[in-house]
Every structure is written in structure tokens, then in C-alpha cells.
Design a protein around this ligand. Structure first.
Ligand SMILES: Nc1nc2c(c(=O)[nH]1)N[C@H]1C(S)=C(S)[C@@H](COP(=O)(O)OP(=O)(O)OC[C@H]3O[C@@H](n4cnc5c(N)ncnc54)[C@H](O)[C@@H]3O)O[C@H]1N2
Ligand code: MOO
Length: 404
């Protein structure tokens, strides 16, 4: 399994970065150091709704001994008023409004009678109280974000605040998902005898989107070799990565393996893991677009995505770490595991005061989707372990932590 993952990660390279509007860049990896062109705050301004004053005028002001000052003007946020606060006067001011010349502190309105012609002030502010200084947050010329930062809401906040409309970031990979198999029908339509709904293309499209990709779910293409190959070649123009499912084991109609093997650019190894033994990986077309041909069994397809495709998508996006961060915990159930294969067991895991605990859900069969839907983790059993007892320490992959 590790060898195959190395092959995959050796082949997939991070997508080139380009300038993106801020909202397109949410969740992407920044590919430049961002230096602020301006200071934050950009000018001295009030932190309170109140009165801009000369502090010295209010020496000794108290509840019992309020001091009255004439109000010589008013400044709201966004206004430029060239009013000067001279000794013995004050200016009504709103939060975020530029400090007028002459004033050296702000009295919050709660300490006053709220007057607009004259105001009674019952407390002396400290010098510079409630004044937000130009540049106290960010200085012009200062680096605000480092290259390789993943852009979340807090990083987008500072980018917008320093006036950036676009940033250089690695784009979301475009992923094409195709499912093969003559038995497949689209959910919402009627099933005939021997037919099943195509769940894999939905599973994989959802998983790729959760990992950050833009997904084109092509859906069912049947098992006609020409149709499969034509669809793949048509889709290549909009794909940074292609995923197919089905048709890669030993059956008489395993056409994906048969047809793609002829190209010589896709390999079909048997990987020592369960589920997910029959794998296919390689490149297609002039642009050498990476392709994963995942097994058709639904749980195998999903586990294969987790083990191989998700790390590849994260590498395309430049998002470290590529692999899921494993945790350690206790298995609450005992079960057996095949010798010589790494096994991924569906589990419901919780993390509490005593660390991680995991119960197995459903059976081990690669067709058992009911249990998969109740799981939120995989227990990973090494190749040389053939039985896990209740209470044993195990490696766990929590599956719902999209950033880890
Ligand atoms: N003689 C052997 N038979 C099988 C072997 C083997 O080594 N020797 N390996 C088994 C393993 S393990 C797996 S996994 C599967 C892989 O099969 P394929 O990738 O060829 O997939 P199919 O045969 O097309 O389908 C397998 C199974 O999955 C269902 N399926 C397929 N696509 C979908 C879909 N989009 N949504 C829902 N379910 C899907 C399909 O109906 C089959 O039941 O091969 C074993 N056999
Ligand atoms: O190894 Mo297959 O991928 O489990 O059912």
C-alpha cells in the first residue's frame, strides 16, 4: 500500500498557482507572501461613541463634580471634518471616525448626559483612552500572511482589510468521476432485474468535493469499451484528475483494465490491502492527466479514495499533510484480519477524556454500505496482525476532519 501511494504521489504535481478573487481563494493555499500596502488602522480613530476631548480639561471630573464642555462639532465614521478641538471644547465622535486635531482622548457617551450643544462629563479619561492608533495593528510594508497558508475566514479578513481583491493561490483541482458497469442505473429511475443504483460516482464526487475539488460527475457509462474510451478522451479537456470505478478485477467484462492496459500508461497492481485490492493508476492523453481506476465494490472504492486519491488531491492543491493524520485509540471490539494485507475496518469512533475509542460497524464485506454510512473512522490493521482483541490499541483515521 505504501509503495503504491509513493507511485501516486511521485507522479502528481501541485497545480500552478494563479491570481484568484478573494472568495474563490477560500480554502486554497496561498502562493505568495502578502505584504500590506497600508497601515491598519489607516488613521487615528475613536474606539467609542462619545466625545473627543483634551484630557487635561477634565481633571477632577466626577459624578459629584461633572465638568461641562461646549460641543463644537460632530464626526461620524467615513467623514472628514476639519474640526479642531481647542482647550475647553469637545467634539461629538462615533466609533471609527478619525480623531480631530487637538483631541487626545475619547470620553464614552455613557459617562455623559449625551448633550449636543453642551455636554456634562462625569469622569476624566486616561490620556489616549479609547483612541485606536494608526498602524498599531499592521504597519505599511509589514508581511501579514506567509506563502503556503491555507486561506480560511481569518486570513481572508486581513486580505480584504489591507485592500487586496485578488491573491495568488493554487486552484481547486477539476475532478471527473465516471462509473462503469452495465448493471448501473441513475438514482431516481426505475430498476430492472439485476440492476442497482450507481452509488460510487456519488460517493466519490462527494468525497472529492469535501477534499476541495471542483467535481464533474459524468456518472454511468456502461461497459462498452468504445463508449468508455470516448468518454474519457472527451472529458480530459476539463480534468486535472480522472476517477473511474468498476471493471478492474478478473471478470469477463472488466473493460477498464483491458482497454487502458493497451495504452501502456496505466498500471493495474494488486495492492496488499483490504478492501481495495485491485487498483489502477497512471496518466491519460497528451497532458498526462492522472487517472485512478478504482474497484467497483462500493466500500473498496471509498477506502481507495481515502488511501490514494485524497492524498493526490491534496498534493495537487499544495495542502500539507497529504495523508490523513492517524490517531491512536482503543478498539472496543475484537475481529480478525487477513494475513499479509493492511485492513481498513469501518468504525464509529469518539474522542473523550480517555482518548479515542472505536467500535466496529457493519461487517467487513466490500459491498456493505449500510455500515459505512454509520462510520466516522477507519481502524487500520497492519499487514502482520491477524487478530485484534477488544481493548487493544489500534491506529485510527478519523474521516470527517477535512483539514487534517
Ligand atoms: N475472480 C476474482 N474476482 C474478484 C476479485 C479477484 O481478485 N478475483 N477481486 C474482487 C475484489 S477484491 C473487488 S474490489 C472487485 C472489483 O471489481 P471491479 O473493479 O472489476 O468492479 P465490478 O466487477 O465492475 O463491480 C464489483 C461490484 O461493485 C458493484 N459496483 C460497480 N460499480 C458500482 C457503482 N458505480 N455503484 C455501486 N456499485 C457498483 C458491482 O455491481 C459489483 O457488485 O472484484 C472482486 N472480484
Ligand atoms: O479488495 Mo476488494 O477491493 O475488497 O472487495
Amino acid at each position: 500500500m505504501d509503495e503504491h501511494l509513493e507511485v501516486v504521489l511521485g507522479r502528481v504535481q501541485a497545480l500552478p498557482a494563479f491570481e484568484q478573487p478573494l472568495m474563490e481563494a477560500v480554502g486554497l493555499v496561498l502562493c505568495e507572501d502578502v505584504v500590506s500596502g497600508l497601515s491598519l488602522p489607516g488613521f487615528d480613530n475613536s474606539a467609542m461613541d462619545g466625545y473627543a476631548v483634551q484630557t487635561a480639561d477634565l481633571a477632577g471630573a466626577s459624578q459629584d463634580n461633572p465638568i461641562t464642555l461646549p460641543v463644537v462639532g460632530e464626526i461620524a465614521a467615513g467623514r472628514v471634518e476639519h474640526i479642531v478641538v481647542t482647550p475647553g471644547t469637545c467634539v461629538r465622535i462615533m466609533t471609527g471616525a478619525p480623531m480631530p486635531r487637538g483631541a487626545d482622548s475619547v470620553v464614552p457617551v455613557e459617562w455623559t448626559d449625551g448633550g449636543t450643544v453642551n455636554v456634562r462629563i462625569a469622569q476624566q479619561p486616561a490620556l489616549a483612552a479609547s483612541v485606536r492608533r494608526a498602524g498599531e495593528d499592521v504597519q505599511a510594508g509589514e508581511k501579514v500572511l506567509d506563502r503556503d497558508t491555507v486561506l480560511g475566514p481569518r486570513q481572508i479578513a486581513v486580505l480584504a482589510a489591507v485592500g487586496r481583491a485578488r491573491v495568488k493561490a493554487r486552484p481547486r483541482p477539476r475532478v471527473v468521476v465516471v462509473s462503469t458497469g452495465a448493471e448501473l442505473r441513475e438514482p431516481g429511475t426505475k430498476l430492472g432485474e439485476g440492476q442497482i443504483y450507481d452509488s460510487n460516482s456519488y460517493t466519490l464526487a462527494a468525497a472529492a468535493r469535501a477534499a476541495g475539488a471542483v467535481v464533474y460527475r459524468v456518472g454511468i457509462v456502461g461497459d462498452d469499451p468504445k463508449r468508455i474510451m470516448d468518454t474519457l478522451s472527451d472529458q480530459l479537456v476539463r480534468a486535472d484528475l480522472v476517477i473511474t470505478t468498476g471493471g478492474v478485477s478478473m471478470g469477463a467484462y472488466d473493460v477498464v483494465k483491458e482497454e487502458l492496459s493497451k495504452l501502456g500508461t496505466v498500471d493495474f497492481p494488486q495492492v496488499a490491502m483490504q478492501p481495495g485490492k485491485p487498483q489502477g493508476f497512471g496518466v491519460l492523453g497528451e497532458d498526462e492527466v492522472p487517472i485512478f481506476t478504482l474497484p467497483g465494490n462500493p466500500v473498496s472504492a471509498y477506502v481507495s479514495f481515502e488511501v490514494f486519491v485524497r492524498p493526490a488531491l491534496r498534493k495537487l492543491m499544495g495542502q500539507m499533510p497529504y495523508r490523513r493524520r492517524p490517531v491512536h485509540g482503543v478498539s472496543l471490539d475484537g475481529f480478525s484480519s487477513p494475513a499479509g494485507k493492511r485492513q481498513f475496518v469501518r468504525a464509529a469512533a469518539t474522542s473523550g477524556d480517555e482518548g479515542w475509542m472505536a467500535s466496529t460497524v457493519g461487517g467487513h464485506g466490500s459491498h456493505l454500505l449500510g455500515g459505512l454510512s454509520r462510520s466516522n473512522a477507519l481502524i487500520v490493521v497492519p499487514e502482520d496482525v491477524t487478530s485484534v482483541r477488544a481493548g487493544d490499541q489500534v491506529e485510527l483515521w478519523p474521516l470527517d476532519e477535512e483539514t487534517g
